[in-house]
Design a protein around this ligand. Structure first.
Ligand code: CP
Length: 325
């Protein structure tokens, strides 16, 4: 693959600001990186000599470990920092933490933070590349990208696909990144949730709204099922979890009414028996673990593309570097 414009710029803070061409470049760049993870020796020297700090101020399994695998498979040096155990717990500011890390000559920061806008705030204050690994209820761009890669793997295209995001859209950074990315690439996007879990004016993002999950299933090629974010909710968004499952849960019985083959995605972690039943999560429609696998390739692609001075992939393949490492 020839390394060429358009570049991503210094940071990846969200998909809202990316052009369709930039999104396609990330998805296309992820393709050769998928193969690296299937090798016995899962390493290419693309980011050799780069130092990357993973700053995770919120809990994470998939994103944190996926970024770390991606960095290590690109041969970068990595350091992991959380709120607990760092001087953040003593009241140090985000910018002071980052500037102290920069004083130790780092190249990139991957940040997950509870506050919407934290990644952009940091990116505008430090010269290192910044990647948003989820900021409050704002965006989770690499999750949106890996969801799109998984859809494209299965359907062979994004344009014209009907994708419905079902569940707690109000608190979901995954929903926003999916909406921005999918709309940019020409998908038809809908959301389905109780009104209490939809942001006001969601239609302005170019999505249609379904109030009943049966309508969503009839319309869609794929459902991206969101976790009820119980930790971000005050009381009163849904009457009870059992009620939510009864009305909005994705169950095998409901999928049997789908007029066409239906793909089920979920960003994780799942509340089994609430937004999704186990026989759907583990069933033939589910690509949930394929999303996780694609997450590593997408993150390798983003890390690679943000490092403007990384060697060309085709160049490396010719010299054996991106072949068998
Ligand atoms: N999808 C996702 O962000 O999962 P984690 O919270 O485990 O990283």
């Amino acid at each position: 693959m020839k390394r060429s414009a358009p570049t991503l710029g210094k940071d990846l803070t969200g998909l809202e600001s990316l052009s369709p061409e930039q999104i396609r470049v990330i998805l296309d760049t992820a393709e050769p990186f998928k193969e690296v993870s299937e090798r016995q020796i899962k390493k290419v020297p693309v980011l050799r000599g780069k130092t990357i700090v993973n700053l995770f101020f919120e809990a994470s399994t998939r994103t944190r470990i996926s970024f770390e695998f991606a960095e290590k498979r690109l041969a970068a040096d990595t350091v992991n920092i959380g709120a607990v155990g760092s001087s953040v717990s003593k009241g140090e500011t985000l910018v002071d933490t980052a500037r102290n890390l920069e004083a130790m000559r780092i190249d990139m920061v991957v940040i997950r933070h509870w506050s919407a806008g934290a990644a952009h705030f940091l990116a505008s204050r430090i010269p290192s590349n910044v990647i948003n690994a989820g900021d409050g209820a704002h965006e989770h761009p690499t999750q949106g990208l890996l969801d799109m890669l998984t859809l494209r793997d299965h359907f062979g295209r994004i344009e014209g696909l009907k994708v419905c995001i079902v569940g707690d859209v109000l608190h979901s950074r995954v929903a926003r990144s999916n909406i921005y990315g999918l709309v940019a690439l020409g998908a038809k996007v809908a959301v389905c949730a109780p009104r209490t879990l939809l942001p006001a004016g969601i239609e302005e993002l170019g999505v249609r709204v379904f109030g009943r999950v049966e309508q969503a299933i009839e319309w869609s090629d794929a459902l991206n099922v969101l976790r009820l974010q119980l930790e971000r909710m005050q009381d009163g968004f849904v009457p009870s979890l059992r009620e939510y499952n009864r009305v909005f849960g994705i169950t095998r019985e409901r999928l049997e009414w789908a007029p066409r083959e239906m793909l089920i995605l979920h960003p994780g972690p799942m509340n089994r028996g609430v937004e999704i039943d186990s026989d759907v999560a583990d069933g033939p429609h589910s690509v949930i673990l394929r999303q996780v696998t694609n997450g590593v390739a997408v993150r390798m692609a983003v890390l690679y593309l943000l490092t403007g001075d990384a060697p060309d992939l085709a160049e490396m393949a010719r010299s054996g570097g991106a072949g068998r490492a």
